[in-house]
Design a binder for this molecule. Structure first.
Ligand SMILES: [Zn+2]
Length: 359
């Protein structure tokens, strides 16, 4: 069981990472080497360290452990821009691209075909993927007190913004509640995941899932950024914002994939985030001429937390991911969208780097 970190008001000392020494009040990018390519190019994992003058928690925020899950890269760009080092207590380690190889290749995996999020803690003498996992544990996690890991759905699959966390851990639960995502999936950690290995080391980690592989989504990016800032406030790294009553997230303990009952062309009838009733028709699969049609029905009541966006399906393909929720719960996906959707997509002339991504 991890304990909630109580931030101190002491002055920070130097922060050592990857052979670099960062002074209190300094922000710097440190390059952590990973195996070079066979074309003789050096590769490194860039870690942006923002080290406040006052001592406090050390939080890592990382993205693209799966190299095609890039929504978190933009969340981290905005986070780094947002943090004022003078107001920061403790240290932020921002790692926008963990799986450098995968991002270059638009691939979830590393060149040896392994999944990094099943390869933690790894080892210095193991496979390429195991070595990257080991480097991440030694150079990042070992220096941190808390972590947030950013993911998306797979190719042609979108996830509704959600936190996945092991809620029996008190520190993890507190971070999850502070994040403020509309939906929380209480999921046991998987073997070999960063979440599992970091938590075993006493570093509580929550995982934010949103959007689709190889895509950006403005609302999902905003929800992620807002959640990270909320967690930093909860940890005492940033001043608390104006007291607002935050909506309680919906907690779900069980989820289920709905598979295609037939092969064909799939028309989805419900959006991501829709609340569906037991046995509701949520899609229709037809042959190309529409002569034969098969209904897709919800096997239980719940919320659509994931959806396949590709209409071309084989029987057995996973189409919808449904999360159970309490019988009386009402899920307000529309108000979540309205709250975060920008009212104006015109880029501000003086500051294009804060422009929303147009839809
Ligand atoms: Zn992922």
């Amino acid at each position: 069981m991890t304990t909630v970190h109580v931030p101190s008001s002491k002055a920070a000392t130097h922060f050592k990472i990857g052979g670099a020494v960062i002074a209190p009040g300094e922000a710097r990018t440190v390059e952590i080497p990973v195996a070079p390519t066979y074309a003789h190019d050096d590769l490194a994992m860039s870690v942006h360290v923002v080290h406040g003058k006052r001592a406090g928690p050390a939080l890592f925020v990382c993205a693209a452990i799966h190299g095609d899950e890039i929504n978190g890269i933009e969340i981290i760009r905005r986070l780094v821009k947002r943090i004022d080092i003078k107001k920061l207590r403790g240290t932020l380690l921002a790692i926008p691209i963990v799986n450098v190889y995968g991002v270059i290749a638009h691939s979830r995996y590393l060149p040896d075909g392994r999944d990094l999020n099943r390869s933690f803690p790894g080892s210095a003498t193991g496979s390429l993927t195991g070595r990257v996992a080991h480097t991440f544990m030694q150079e990042i996690v070992a220096h941190c007190t808390h972590g947030i890991d950013l993911h998306t759905g797979g190719r042609h699959r979108s996830n509704f913004p959600q936190i996945r966390a092991e809620l029996t851990d008190r520190a993890v639960r507190a971070m999850t509640e502070a994040f403020g995502a509309p939906l929380v999936i209480n999921s046991a950690v998987r073997d070999g995941s960063l979440r599992q290995c970091a938590t075993e080391m006493g570093v509580p980690v929550i995982l934010y899932e949103s959007c689709e592989a190889l895509r950006f989504d403005e609302v999902h990016i905003r929800a992620g950024l807002k959640g990270i800032v909320n967690v930093m406030r909860h940890l005492g790294m940033l001043r608390k914002g104006r007291a607002k009553t935050r909506k309680k997230p919906i907690f779900s303990r069980q989820t289920q994939w709905v598979r295609a009952p037939a092969s064909g062309i799939h028309r989805m009838l419900v959006t991501l985030g829709a609340q569906v009733a037991d046995d509701q028709v949520i899609g229709v699969i037809a042959d190309p001429l529409g002569i034969e049609e098969t209904e897709v029905r919800a096997p239980r009541a719940g919320v659509i937390i994931g959806r396949s966006n590709l209409p071309l399906v084989y029987a057995g393909d996973a189409l919808f991911h449904i999360a159970d929720m309490h019988e009386d719960a009402v899920f307000e996906a529309d108000s979540f969208h309205e709250e975060l959707m920008p009212s104006d997509f015109q880029p501000p002339e003086d500051d294009p780097s804060s422009a929303p991504i147009a839809v």
